[in-house]
Design a protein around this ligand. Sequence first.
Ligand SMILES: [Zn+2]
Length: 305
Amino acid sequence: MIRMIILLLVFSGSLYAANPEIEILSDTAFAFDMDGSRISVEIRDPVLLGKKDMLLDWVLYSAQTVYDYYGRFPVNSVAIKMQVTDGPAVHFGQAFGGDSPRLRVVVGEDISPKMLRKDWIMVHEMVHLAMADVPYAHRWWLEGLATYVESIARAQRGHLTEEFVWNGFIMRMPQGLPKKGDRGLDLTPTWGRTYWGGAIFCMLADIEIRKLTDNKLSLRDALRGVLDAGLSMHASTTAMEVFEAGDHATGVDVLMPLYLKMKSDPFPIDLDALWKSLGVTLQNERVVYNDNAPMAHVRKSLLKS
Ligand SMILES: [Zn+2]
């Protein structure tokens, strides 16, 4: 309940700075341009069509969130297909790469602005557009990245409070830790290791880049460099090529060495010690900060820039 209240407070008012004009192409097809990228949306279901204004608004502010994080919309065009199901929530999303990237999202027919504001799926799928396809063994990288960047990008845009993000990270990241018998990220494709193990990798990389660059650069700069190298969802590659491009962009060796540590070995992390060093802990379900912690300055900047 606390989370919901915080979220609702954050989501008042306009959600994006620029307001691209929505073009109505037909009764079921809509589009807008974002700094040269074409984002088209198809809604065929009559119930969802009746809610098209709120749905297009959701697409727009999600696209703006991803645009801000990457400094551009990650692909030249994307076709978004909305399909209907029962219920009041966004149920599912899927991203497809290649020459013509597209997203499929399944939305409940009772969807409301309140539920759209809580949704994470649209931003998650759009983050997938910013990364090249990689072999199945590296799927943790794709899903971990989308899981981590979705929270960071929404917080940086002011759509989520810091408390909401830290509460989520502290509660959920333990699901990514190696369980008994697990091996490295490349070798243990369970749900927890794929989504939250990958997110732990991203958070450790983000922190390390910031430490090595006096907080001037971050994972965001590495990822922008990966896009500069042409490795959006248009492309297929290996995680190694992505990590080389990312490290080259920041000038510090972080992604590749971390990958070599975590790819085959379980590499357990003491998350409680990490939260303590960042100066953020949960006490009685409330986020408590310690600005005297050794890495408090890194924690403070993580959700800001
Ligand atoms: Zn995903």
